[in-house]
Design a binder for this molecule. Structure first.
Ligand code: NAD
Length: 354
């Protein structure tokens, strides 16, 4: 028997084809009279469609969301919200846009409605991150948890394949670490295994050129499950390493996840056998280790495999290992600097995990 504590996160999820036509009704359900729609410059056209769907509940668009949520962008968006008389936010996009919505809601306690258009899963968590003077402050805040998430596969039809893979592997990483989390529980484990299975299946179908709406539906379903795992269980070595590599060496977030994940699983395998079996099973690869199956999936999907290909310098690996080993955190296998340095070398070179 496993003892556990499970607190469900109160997020309403509306999932399906054409789900996003419910946007106005869903905003109204939360008592939002005027919603500011947030997006990146690249997704402005979609935000304009959202304003049309929101009709009289639309306050306007703020289209300057960028990666890592700089404090200046938050202040700028707050000004735009004040000028528009907003009392709620709608985020249309991926983790970067959702991150801006979270920062606004933490100050104002406004409800957030999210319409995700990538697979990274941020919409299901109360985890926020704001960057000031090059340092990203992260934490959890109940106001950062979206109230309603509307998943509509048709909005991800144009998501480029490389961003689909990168954000999808990011989601798989949440689920993989949730399977051995210190505060894991049976509900999270079920979601994690099913989330990995659905995401891998959807991405493989996309790669094979299958019917896009079915494949995109599987990916979004996987994103929901994997994001829910991240929202309910603490993370360990893999997420900490990615945070170090992104924060101190400015590597791109999503690609870093897909490169490091197989190596982090190889490091933890000796201490998390049941989790590893579930990962292999979810990937349909009972013939290889979880680390091998994840590396194989990344290869199959054409993902970047080596840190050296995304801007990491070999000369910085020692410092990265020092940072990763110097901050104590829970992990199923104790954090040993030498093992972390070996892991980083393999990830740097893009070799199959040990
Ligand atoms: P993203 O939001 O950074 O978007 C990547 C790019 O894809 C952007 O240029 C965006 O405009 C474009 N894009 C998004 N959807 C598109 C679509 N359907 N069609 C065409 N282009 C589209 O990507 P992401 O990977 O979702 O988010 C990464 C960020 O999210 C990181 O900063 C990470 O730290 C954060 N994150 C946070 C959490 C959390 O729980 N707080 C979880 C996962 C990721």
């Amino acid at each position: 028997m496993q003892a556990f504590i499970y607190t469900a996160q109160p997020v309403r999820v509306v999932f399906g084809a054409d789900a996003w036509s419910t946007l106005q009704a869903e905003a109204g359900r939360l008592g939002v009279r005027k919603a500011l729609v947030l997006c990146t410059p690249r997704q402005r056209a979609l935000a304009e469609q959202a304003i049309a769907v929101l009709a009289e509940r639309g306050a306007g668009i703020y289209d300057q969301a960028v990666m890592h949520v700089p404090v200046d962008t938050v202040a700028d968006a707050q000004d735009a919200a004040r000028r528009a008389g907003a009392d709620g936010v709608v985020a249309i996009g991926g983790g970067s846009t959702i991150g801006l919505a979270k920062a606004l809601a933490m100050e104002s306690a406004w409800p957030i409605v999210v319409v995700p258009t990538t697979y990274s899963g941020s919409e299901m968590t109360s985890i926020y991150g704001v960057t000031e003077n090059g340092i990203k402050k992260t934490g959890k805040d109940p106001h950062a948890l979206p109230s309603t998430v509307i998943y509509d596969p048709s909005l991800t039809l144009k998501l480029p394949f490389d961003i689909s893979v990168a954000s999808g592997m990011n989601a798989i990483a949440h689920a993989a670490e949730g399977l051995y989390a210190q505060d894991g529980n049976p509900v999270v484990a079920l979601m994690a295994e099913e989330g990995i299975r659905a995401m891998a299946s959807g991405l493989r179908q996309l790669k094979a050129g299958a019917d896009a709406s079915g494949a995109r539906g599987d990916c979004l379903y996987g994103a929901w499950l994997c994001g829910t795992v991240l929202g309910n269980a603490g993370m360990a070595l893999h997420h900490k390493l990615c945070h170090t590599l992104g924060g101190s060496f400015n590597l791109p977030h999503a690609q870093t996840h897909s490169i490091v994940l197989p190596h982090a699983m190889a490091y933890n395998a000796v201490a998390a056998d049941a989790a590893m079996q579930k990962i292999s099973r979810a990937l349909g690869r009972n013939d290889v280790s979880a680390a091998g199956a994840l590396y194989g999936l990344a290869q199959e999907l054409g993902a970047t495999l080596a840190l050296q290909d995304i801007g990491m310098r070999e000369a910085d690996l020692d410092q990265a290992a020092d940072i990763a080993a110097s901050r104590p955190y829970w992990n199923p296998r104790p954090i040993e600097r030498a093992g972390i340095r070996t892991l980083l070398q393999a990830a740097y070179e893009g070799r199959p995990p040990a």
